[in-house]
Design a protein around this ligand. Structure first.
Ligand SMILES: NC(=O)c1ccc[n+]([C@@H]2O[C@H](COP(=O)([O-])OP(=O)(O)OC[C@H]3O[C@@H](n4cnc5c(N)ncnc54)[C@H](OP(=O)(O)O)[C@@H]3O)[C@@H](O)[C@H]2O)c1
Length: 259
């Protein structure tokens, strides 16, 4: 095998994916394991994480562990990171993928509780996890890769997702900051998705979505969940060894601005 064949290999790496139980996270977990990684699937619902971990092992033969974590709860982050390091000895890749944007009737109806919950999940938790894991990665000398998952809303906010868009813009900014803080041992990058047909799409009016996609997305459609995998594998593996502080749009061309 040449170095080029090995470019996307994750053999021997320990990868943690928050929000790994379904949607884009599930696709990433499976593809990381297919490339040889040990995978930790984390979300609020332990049974869902354990079920996917069992499926990963059955399908790929790789070790996988499901763990419960509420990303917006600061106090849960450190015990979570310690648990993974105790179990596997290291974390090589962290994917801050958990995120959501609850609907609200109007901006005036956004409560402090909703605002804090949205920014907690999409920005505060990823900050805390990244710092804990970044310090760990830098300390081991093995280095590592941190991948944030933001949203095209970070650069093209709409009125139905203002607190979410603010938080995702913060996540883009965190990417740039930590890429410098943890260089040269740890690389920190961001995937900025446009609309993907995960569970969130159940709430969409498909007729109006399709009309708007034809108008505003150069590729004319939303993404299928598996279409996130190429960017995730690139950023997790040695294929991106000279890439840090990058914000990569995976959005069919939707966003005008890169980050
Ligand atoms: N799909 C899109 O159109 C789209 C567009 C732009 C950006 N994104 C971003 O892409 C990422 C993945 O989106 P997706 O569409 O795959 O989402 P999804 O299908 O709704 O799945 C969300 C995942 O996050 C977990 N989760 C939710 N709240 C959590 C919390 N407080 N703590 C820990 N885990 C939590 C969920 O599991 P539990 O319920 O068990 O916690 C689930 O595993 C998100 O960051 C999202 O903002 C998605």
């Amino acid at each position: 095998m040449t170095d080029k064949d090995d470019l996307f290999s994750l053999d021997g790496r320990v990868v943690v994916v928050t929000g790994g139980s379904r949607g884009l996270g599930r696709e990433m977990c499976l593809s990381f394991a297919e490339r040889g990684a040990t995978v930790v699937v984390a979300s609020r619902k332990l049974e869902k994480c354990e079920a996917l971990a069992a499926e990963i092992t059955e399908r790929t033969g790789q070790e996988a562990l499901g763990l419960a974590l509420h990303v917006g709860r600061w106090e849960e982050c450190e015990p979570f990171v310690d648990r993974v390091v105790d179990e596997f000895g290291a974390i090589d890749v962290l994917v801050n993928n958990a995120g959501s944007s609850p609907q609200y009737p109007s901006l005036a109806d956004v409560s402090e509780r909703l605002f804090d919950s949205v920014t907690g999940l999409n920005m505060k938790g990823p900050f805390r996890l990244s710092v804990l894991v970044g310090d760990h990665m830098a300390g081991t000398g093995r280095g590592g890769s941190i991948i944030n998952v933001s949203s095209a809303a970070a650069v093209q906010p709409t009125q139905g997702e203002v607190p979410y868009a603010m938080a995702k813009a913060g996540l883009n900014n965190l990417t740039l900051a930590l890429a410098r803080v943890y260089a040269p041992t740890v690389r920190v990058n961001c995937i900025m998705p446009g609309p993907f047909f995960t569970d969130v799409a159940a709430a969409w009016d498909m007729e109006s979505f399709n009309k708007s996609a034809a108008r505003s997305i150069p590729l004319g459609r939303g993404g299928e969940p598996h279409e996130i995998v190429g960017a995730a594998l690139y950023l997790a593996s040695n294929a991106s060894s000279f890439t840090t502080g990058a914000i990569i749009k995976i959005d069919g061309g939707l966003a005008w601005s890169p980050g």
